[in-house]
Design a protein. Sequence first.
Length: 129
Amino acid sequence: MEVLPRVLIVKRPGAMAVLEDSFVASTKFEILKTFESPLPLPEFLADQSHSVSAAIAPVAAPVTADLIRLLPNLRLVVTTSAGVDHVDLVECRRRGISVANAGPSFSEDVVDNAVGLLIDVFQRISAVR
């Protein structure tokens, strides 16, 4: 049996449906979902921490130095947000861990939503009801 790389999903991301459809269903990774366990994170990771090579972290799940220390073989942190403020970049750099983010991938959607809300406010569309 092939040993698959383990990917830790630190906290259930808002776009979990997208992950379920494309990434979680992959046969190339073994996914560890912390949010499906009743155990606190350190206990959840007790048996598995040495085999986790990547972590997916939404903005609501800080990737702190303490978490990074629990994952001695971590090589990659991927955020589901444009920013990386919730990731301890100093600790990642010190340990040689790569960090990737969603970048501008949601920019057009945010702009479309903002313009739609402005039109709604200026035209008082939702106030008419």
